[in-house]
Unconditional design. Structure first.
Length: 243
């Protein structure tokens, strides 16, 4: 990543915002076209898979396409002792940009479907089995991203991450938010993809726990290598052509 911090932060805000727009917008569209919850979830997950894959390919070479504070924090933690690691200064810039982008993305989706621009969700997601789902979803995401980097398969990350997120929609009880910024953004829309504000903090706590668990598994399974600064781009190595 040779772009300036300002460009990278902008890319993170735009990428996270568009990701939330895809998630919320496809949820609204699905709800308008079908009353079957299974069909709604299928449409929502397929749109997210395609949208996320495109966004990683489009912005990965600029900012690393984290779009997720959990990924950003994991990138910093794994490289904190390396001169080529992801610096704490960048974490402090990335995370607010991701959160602001996520909120903006939810508002944009509501605006496109003539919904109230800010209408906090009433979709309560406060339950232990849902929190467990978030731990599992986030741990798997971190394991995937950093595991691929450890085995030299980082070029596969855009497709692999999109595929994993799509699968996790279905195999986790929480439908796999696995992203603190996206969780906050989805609180701003009272639609199919929303989450009640009171449910946000426990979800984020579960996601952070999942991040720690995922990093623990990576450390236990793989040999140590320079920590990746970005999704799919290990530090000190050339960026893959796909990004």
């Amino acid at each position: 990543m040779n772009a300036s911090l300002g460009r990278r932060v902008t890319a993170e805000a735009i990428g996270t915002g568009l990701l939330v727009t895809v998630v919320v917008g496809s949820g609204i569209q699905a709800g308008e076209l079908s009353h079957d919850v299974g069909v709604q979830l299928l449409a929502n997950s397929l749109a997210t898979v395609l949208g996320l894959g495109v966004l990683i390919l489009l912005l990965g070479s600029v900012s690393g396409a984290h779009f997720n504070p959990a990924v950003t924090l994991a990138a910093w933690f794994t490289g904190r002792r390396s001169p080529h690691g992801f610096p704490l200064r960048d974490v402090a810039a990335y995370v607010p940009a991701q959160v602001a982008g996520a909120i903006g993305g939810a508002i944009l989706a509501d605006a496109m479907f003539a919904r109230p621009l800010v209408h906090f969700s009433t979709h309560d997601r406060s339950a232990g089995h849902l929190w467990l789902g978030e731990v599992v979803a986030t741990a798997g995401l971190i394991l995937l991203i950093f595991g691929l980097a450890r085995v030299g398969r980082a070029a596969l990350t855009p497709a692999a991450v999109a595929a994993y997120v799509g699968a996790a929609y279905w195999f986790t009880s929480s439908t796999s938010f696995a992203n603190p910024a996206v969780t906050i953004g989805r609180a701003f829309t009272d639609t199919f993809a929303g989450i009640a504000p009171a449910s946000v903090a426990p979800f984020i706590a579960a996601q952070l726990l999942g991040t720690a668990l995922g990093l623990t598994v990576v450390a236990a399974v793989y040999d140590a290598v320079p920590a990746p600064r970005a999704i799919g781009v290990p530090s000190g190595e050339p960026e893959p052509a796909s990004s």
